[in-house]
Ligand binder design. Structure first.
Ligand code: SF4
Length: 376
């Protein structure tokens, strides 16, 4: 029999009940345990005071709440942005970021350690693919963010108050959005990603609303097709970043497999079937994809076969070391957005968060992974 601890967040209530019974415990203990894990987000077996001491000892021996181990939390924006780096058992690392705004709080979570997609502007791509995260390990990052959020009202730096009228009363009690936009491509780990949504959505557990999840893909068409048949109303975001196949293939190798025309056909089919709005993410890189000509191409691609519910998020690049790429200047960003809006395409410039924590997504985890490897 395997000595590997049972990863409890991987289990739904029926599976947890089977496991608890297999340990010789009455079935109702599973409900108590499930409540501790998902409703109270309890981090340690010792704090599960409604469970008998002997059962808690058994859990310590046979199970873990998640395989992720928190290495550090960095705070930015006066405490309103928090990035946590977690280590997996083999010392691979992943990041999750909590961002708090007046009345809303978003967590951006990772679905894989490293990433095989090779986007040239991305720090995570430099790590290559390391491993898929399990459903529980993906969900764990959300539970971490919820715990962290609860600390914020009593834990803000004075700088936070310079973010216009931001006081403890502006911090929501619950997370309002979960976005799968951290390290990895969620559709490359589709089943585990989707199961993590089930775990978080369960009304008997964390009870997070389906419409408040957003999954982001580089454009893996089979994943989009799968999602359009999913009865759960999860939001879809497409990392587009260029409207020209040559430029996009250079920035995102996946475009050679699923070029823009195929991707847009899948997106149009998705919106026709689900009637849901799609977001397009567009990182603006100086001189690469930020010119007027590129804005025109983008509008043409999006409107080619008629308007559908859409929104474009323009994101000035968070430069990655040694990439040779820089972010577009403010005028270029504004001009790009204005052009899209004049063509009837809703577009916003994404507010930059966490710039005082470190640089691009994946960079901090990558640096820590190197440190851990050196300690082996
Ligand atoms: S941008 Fe996303 S899909 Fe592309 S390499 Fe980075 S983590 Fe992977």
């Amino acid at each position: 029999m395997s000595d590997t601890p049972v990863n409890l967040l991987d289990l739904n209530l029926p599976a947890l009940t089977d496991q608890v019974k297999a340990w010789g415990q009455p079935a109702f203990r599973a409900k108590q345990l499930y409540r501790q894990l998902w409703l109270k987000q309890t981090e340690s077996f010792d704090d599960m005071s409604d469970l008998p001491a002997a059962f808690r000892e058994l859990l310590k021996e046979k199970a873990c709440i998640s395989t992720l181990r928190e290495l550090l939390v960095r705070r930015g924006d006066g405490g309103l942005t928090r990035k946590s780096v977690f280590a997996l058992p083999g010392n691979e690392t992943v990041e999750a970021v909590l961002m708090v705004y007046p009345g809303r709080a978003t967590v951006c979570v990772s679905s894989q350690a490293g990433c095989p997609m090779g986007c040239t502007f991305c720090a995570t791509a430099k790590l290559g693919f390391r491993q898929d995260l399990s459903p529980g390990d993906i969900a764990h990052q959300v539970l971490w963010a919820q715990r962290e959020l609860q600390k914020i009202p009593t834990d803000l730096d004075s700088k936070a108050h310079r973010h216009k009228v931001f006081g403890p009363e502006d911090v929501p009690a619950r997370l309002t959005n979960v976005v799968f936009m951290g390290m990895g491509e969620p559709f490359n780990n589709y089943d585990n990603w989707r199961e993590s949504v089930n775990r978080l959505h369960d009304p008997d557990g964390f009870n997070f609303g389906a419409r408040n999840f957003t999954v982001s893909t580089v454009g893996l068409v089979p994943g989009i097709i799968k999602l359009m048949d999913d009865p759960m109303q999860i939001n879809l975001a497409i990392s587009l970043h260029a409207a020209d196949d040559e430029i996009r293939s250079e920035m995102m190798p996946v475009n050679r497999r699923y070029p823009i025309a195929d991707l847009m056909d899948a997106v149009r089919e998705y919106t026709a079937k689900t009637h849901r709005r799609v977001s397009f993410e567009y990182v603006l890189i100086e001189g690469k994809n930020d010119t007027k000509a590129e804005a025109e191409k983008l509008a043409d691609v999006l409107m080619e076969k008629g308007k559908f519910p859409m929104h474009v998020n323009l994101i000035p690049l968070n430069p990655v070391a040694d990439s040779g790429m820089t972010r577009s200047n403010r005028d270029q960003v504004t001009g790009f957005r204005n052009y899209l809006e004049n063509r009837g395409i809703p577009a916003t410039v994404r507010i930059q968060r966490g710039q005082d924590i470190d640089a691009a997504c994946g960079q901090l985890a990558g640096d820590l992974a190197k440190e851990l490897a050196a300690q082996k």
